[in-house]
Design a protein around this ligand. Structure first.
Ligand code: GLN
Length: 224
């Protein structure tokens, strides 16, 4: 198995190291020809507007889109989630999103850099141990399509005051549901596409990358 890691911006080395820990080979993807022969692709975080521009200037924008339509398994983290989404509610006019997973996302929906946070997520499909998650200017998932499985949620950002402090004064976003039941998806899956608002490459827990690798192993490409 060979996994491409989009290498225009962001934690390319960290994602490749995570895959190597799982004994999966990877290749940085910088040009259209780098797409050939890969079995899946990771879209790292960074700045989705910048990555979008770099996709155009590198010539990757269209060929990557064709691969995704053909069923190339994809794992997008943070800005990568934005790129895979079907709509960006506050995107720049020429910002690209591929519609590989049926999500509407809002950039920086939890606030700016100072509102970045970490928390433990319950992810039933990864087992009982919580998944420690790092959120950096993360997108908020505003809606999910009927085909999307929500693997993990946090309390709704509506529980946050504009400053990013919680309206209830507790200071940090807690995982799970608010008392009123409101919650926001942060890890989602649709078929062979996985999207996370957090940065799993920054922690030592490899279960999310492992899930993606198992999704690749099970996927049947429409162009195979
Ligand atoms: N806020 C960034 C964006 O809109 C994403 C941040 C990240 O990837 N850590 O693209």
């Amino acid at each position: 198995m060979l996994v491409g890691v989009l290498a225009l911006q962001g934690d390319v080395a960290e994602h490749r190291a995570a895959l190597a820990e799982l004994d999966v080979g990877s290749r940085p993807v910088r040009r259209p020809e780098d797409l050939s022969g890969i079995d899946g692709i990771v879209l790292p975080g960074g700045e989705s507007t910048t990555i979008s521009m770099l996709l155009e200037s590198s010539g990757l924008a269209e060929p990557l889109g064709k691969e995704l339509v053909a069923g190339l398994p994809a794992f997008g983290t943070c800005a990568g989630m934005i790129l895979l989404a079907s709509a960006i509610s506050d995107g720049r006019p020429n910002q690209r999103c591929y519609g590989a997973i049926d999500l509407v996302v809002r950039r920086n929906g939890y606030g700016g850099q100072l509102d970045s946070f970490e928390c433990d997520l319950e992810v039933a499909s990864l087992g009982e141990a919580p998944l420690h998650a790092v959120f950096i200017r993360a997108p908020v998932v505003e809606s999910v399509g009927a085909e999307v499985d929500v693997l993990a949620e946090v309390a709704s950002p509506e529980a946050l005051a504009p400053s990013g402090a919680r309206a209830d004064g507790r200071g940090a976003v807690a995982p799970g549901k608010e008392a009123d039941g409101s919650s926001t998806p942060v890890i989602c899956r649709q078929g062979s596409v996985l999207a996370a608002a957090c940065h799993p490459e920054l922690t030592s827990d490899r279960r999310l990358h492992g899930l993606f690798v198992s999704m690749i192993a099970k996927s049947v490409r429409s162009n195979d």
